[in-house]
Design a protein around this ligand. Structure first.
Ligand SMILES: *[C@@H]1O[C@H](CO)[C@@H](O)[C@H](O)[C@H]1NC(C)=O
Ligand SMILES: *[C@@H]1O[C@H](CO)[C@@H](O)[C@H](O)[C@H]1NC(C)=O
Ligand SMILES: *[C@@H]1O[C@H](CO)[C@@H](O)[C@H](O)[C@H]1NC(C)=O
Ligand SMILES: *[C@@H]1O[C@H](CO)[C@@H](O)[C@H](O)[C@H]1NC(C)=O
Ligand SMILES: *[C@@H]1O[C@H](CO)[C@@H](O)[C@H](O)[C@H]1NC(C)=O
Ligand SMILES: *[C@@H]1O[C@H](CO)[C@@H](O)[C@H](O)[C@H]1NC(C)=O
Length: 419
């Protein structure tokens, strides 16, 4: 039995608006209404900037010598790594004509796969530049209100590449629905008969996965609607990612069989009952502790909520539930909690280590694991033939996670970041 105070309802409402985190740099109203955002001008800016700052892949190979390699799974002894026209190549041997090569002595440094932020809300090219600067070579754009807006942020050579969410699935009675405004209300799901058209439309518009909002114990999609959504999305070959921050909707999502749960719980930590449900399924959790902390810090009535969020991570980790790194990065001025693009991923790595992960497990959570769970076969580890998405740091982050901040170089698809 749960009894919720007005404060609790308020914080769920507040959180809902946060998790919706519009890309709405131009929105300065009270509350959030997607219909008031000028997407066409944001799209035009992004597209114009894309052609202005286009980068070409160099045909010169780059060879890093004496570099320790964290390949995504473990730390290997110092070796040579070659970047060859966008991909990880192989050192050339004495018996072949070696192409032009630029050599770099990386003694004392560690090469990591480019980091993956599994939950961010980029709004413009500056968001991508800041993420790239901090070694994030792939990010999940966790909400797509307008498909053209999301695609205007993709294909920016040499900058963070993006995976695209769908519009969020929610019902007209939810807090999220209130923030949608008239232009999008036809996307709200009234009942299970509307699930197939919602899913088909999102897939046709290019969504890489289906996003669903968990609202329980507040009004939102019913258990049956969530189950339908999961079945229909899976039939269409898409995963379902549940966004929520309450114990009750964690439970709903586990029953519905979602593939991922994003955000940690702010009301109660997961307990043995939920952990048993986790064991029966292969679900990955992206706790976004950095955002959870930011929310709690800005609202004294949420006193103690961060300890629930952190305890959930500690318990999931002990129960061997896979965890991935996400930040909820956004710079929405009307929102109570902003999270910086880029630097926040390094904050999240530290939050996860504080919650019990080893530095190597935290690094797995930003490299191989998100690549596996978002089905990105070409990245997340360092092996011949993979995309040359790389981060070179000074020191050894497998013993001290703070070393990921000591960035020396970043490459996205073989293009070195130079701003
Ligand atoms: C991107 O958005 C941020 C935050 O709203 C703003 O400060 C910045 O000037 C924008 N950059 C571009 C290139 O539009
Ligand atoms: C949402 O924004 C639109 C456009 O600014 C406005 O017409 C509408 O009244 C707003 N709706 C709500 C519910 O705030
Ligand atoms: C990018 O980073 C700079 C320097 O930290 C900061 O001033 C700026 O606000 C950031 N912009 C965005 C869009 O993240
Ligand atoms: C990316 O941009 C280039 C140049 O503008 C264009 O030729 C290419 O088709 C684009 N690729 C995608 C996937 O949009
Ligand atoms: C489902 O919702 C739609 C739109 O509100 C409505 O037309 C339809 O009658 C509803 N179907 C059922 C079975 O309730
Ligand atoms: C916040 O927590 C402290 C101790 O953890 C407690 O003494 C205080 O009453 C709490 N404040 C609110 C507003 O809940």
């Amino acid at each position: 039995m749960f009894i919720f105070s007005r404060g609790f309802t308020l914080f769920i409402a507040l959180l809902s608006s946060l998790l919706l985190t519009a890309q709405s740099c131009q929105f300065h109203g009270h509350g959030l209404n997607l219909s008031s955002i000028d997407y066409p001008s944001m799209i035009a800016d992004n597209v114009a900037t894309r052609s202005l700052r286009r980068r070409e892949i160099s045909s010169t190979r780059v060879t890093l010598h004496n570099v320790r390699v964290f390949d995504g799974s473990t730390l290997l002894s110092p070796s040579t790594v070659v970047i060859d026209r966008g991909f990880i190549g192989r050192p050339c041997t004495a018996c072949e004509a070696c192409p032009p090569t630029e050599s770099y002595d990386a003694k004392g440094m560690t090469l990591l796969p480019g980091l993956i932020d599994s939950h961010a809300h980029p709004a413009n090219v500056s968001s991508l530049v800041n993420m790239t600067r901090f070694g994030i070579t792939t990010a999940v754009n966790a909400f797509c209100p307008v498909p053209e807006f999301c695609t205007s942020l993709t294909n920016h050579t040499g900058l963070t590449s993006l995976i695209m969410a769908s519009f969020f699935a929610t019902s007209p009675g939810s807090e999220h629905a209130k923030m949608v405004g008239p232009s999008f209300d036809n996307l709200l799901i009234d009942n299970t008969t509307e699930v197939p058209s919602f899913v088909a439309r999102q897939i046709a518009q290019g969504a890489d996965f289906i996003k669903v909002i968990g609202s329980a114990p507040l009004p939102g999609l019913s258990q049956d609607e969530q189950i339908d959504l999961v079945i229909t999305s899976h039939k269409g070959g898409k995963q379902v990612v549940l966004h929520t921050s309450s114990y009750a909707s964690y439970e709903q999502g586990l029953i519905a069989g979602v593939d991922q749960i994003h955000h940690s719980t702010l009301d109660f930590p997961v307990d043995d009952r939920l952990l048993k449900m986790f064991k029966a399924r292969d679900i990955v959790v992206c706790p976004t502790l950095t955002m959870m902390r930011a929310i709690v810090q800005q609202d004294p009535s949420m006193n103690g909520s961060f300890s629930s969020a952190a305890e959930t991570v500690t318990r999931l980790h002990k129960a061997r539930v896979p965890i991935i790194v996400g930040t909820d990065a956004n710079l929405q001025p009307t929102m109570p909690a902003m999270v910086m693009y880029g630097s926040s991923l390094h904050d999240e790595l530290e939050n996860l280590v504080a919650a019990g992960l080893t530095p190597v497990e935290a690094l797995n959570a930003a490299t191989v694991l998100p690549a596996k769970y978002f089905r990105l076969a070409d990245r997340g580890s360092i092996k011949e033939g993979m995309r040359a998405d790389l981060l070179l740091v000074d020191g050894d982050p497998t013993t001290d996670i703070a070393v990921t901040r000591k960035i020396v170089k970043v490459w996205v698809g073989g293009i070195e970041f130079d701003e």
